[in-house]
Design a protein around this ligand. Structure first.
Ligand SMILES: [Zn+2]
Length: 331
């Protein structure tokens, strides 16, 4: 099967995007307004063979460019509108994405206006769940009261810890994460992108999450893999991001197949498409070519996304039926 045939096969699959940072998804045409010279053409890091030297170099692009866009509700709205439309065009009817707590102190309006502006950008045909993302040491100073209030908003479906996987998860996050779950909402945490299995284990045992973003570090620890299985934890993985940030050495070394074979539920997403130049379909195609996954496994991954989606059973069933019909063609 050619890459073009695989791309059209992937396009037909109903898919979910469940690991997306809205500030890292700024469309190129809007980045161009921030710096018409630097963004005249796609930046060097969009090249497929580009590799970031380290996480700091990646983070620097946010500080230098992208966070400067996300300072008003109107700008969030404009960016999200384009991002959501492109996901719908890729046959993605369900999205979970996060916005960053750090922007709360650089805007001139109440922080909730940002959440409302994002949700108002959701087009018909897309089910969207908004998460509030923050660093592991973000619960300090003025962020304490902002976070305590934000987790109660109807617009916010859950929380996520992101950024550099340091320091260790702190007591405040265990307490807040438990509170978020008591409100009937979803808790996630980034762990195991660069950190070891022990950090993934701590996300599950200490924070109590059943949604780990990345989780790669668990692959060589059978006890942690067993824990992920026992607690029915889902790993929301991002293959192209992992390769470009050197979290894995190449696409064929990506451990997603090993996790799936071990009975751990995995999904795939784009993470920060502005930094990696990827669309969701590219991540599926990369795994289906360089990654060596067969089409039945790609269908299984798409199905996994709907299994954990916050959707009514009837809605999930509709997507499962579509995926089953496509899988049946493979037999
Ligand atoms: Zn992420």
């Amino acid at each position: 099967m050619s890459a073009a045939d695989l791309a059209s096969f992937v396009q037909r699959l109903p898919k979910t995007e469940t690991h997306l940072h809205l500030e890292g998804a700024l469309p190129l045409e809007l980045a161009r307004r921030l710096d018409p010279v630097f963004f005249e053409k796609p930046p060097a890091y969009w090249s497929p063979d580009y590799r970031f030297t380290d996480f700091a170099q990646f983070q620097d692009q946010f500080d230098r460019y992208f966070f400067h866009w996300f300072k008003t509700p109107e700008n969030y709205h404009e960016s999200c509108k384009r991002v959501f439309a492109d996901l719908v065009a890729q046959n993605v009817p369900y999205v979970e994405a996060s916005f960053h707590l750090g922007t709360a102190t650089v805007i001139d309006v109440p922080f909730r206006e940002i959440a409302k502006a994002i949700c108002a950008a959701v087009p018909p045909g897309l089910e969207f769940r908004l998460f509030l993302g923050m660093f592991r040491d973000h619960y300090a100073g003025e962020f304490v009261s902002i976070l305590d209030e934000a987790i109660t908003w109807d617009e916010v479906s859950g929380v996520d810890l992101h950024g550099f996987e340091r320091p260790e998860f702190q007591p405040w996050s265990r307490d807040v994460w438990a509170r978020v779950r008591s409100l009937g909402k979803v808790t996630k945490a980034h762990a195991g992108e660069f950190s070891p299995a022990s950090d993934v284990r701590r996300a599950v045992e200490f924070l109590g999450v059943t949604r780990v973003q990345h989780g790669l570090g668990a692959i060589n620890d059978p006890d942690t893999i067993q824990l992920l299985r026992e607690r029915d934890v889902t790993l929301d993985m991002t293959p192209i991001s992992n390769v470009k940030l050197l979290a894995v050495s190449s696409m064929c070394e990506h451990p997603i197949k090993r996790f799936l074979d071990a009975g751990v539920r995995c999904t795939i997403s784009t993470d920060d498409p502005m930094l990696f130049g990827n669309r969701l379909t590219d991540d599926y195609v990369a795994l289906g070519t360089e990654g060596g996954l067969d089409r039945a496994t790609l269908v299984k991954i798409a199905r996994n996304g709907f299994e954990v989606a916050d959707l009514p059973a009837s809605e999930k069933q509709r997507h499962f039926a579509m995926l089953d019909a496509i899988a049946a063609e493979l037999d």
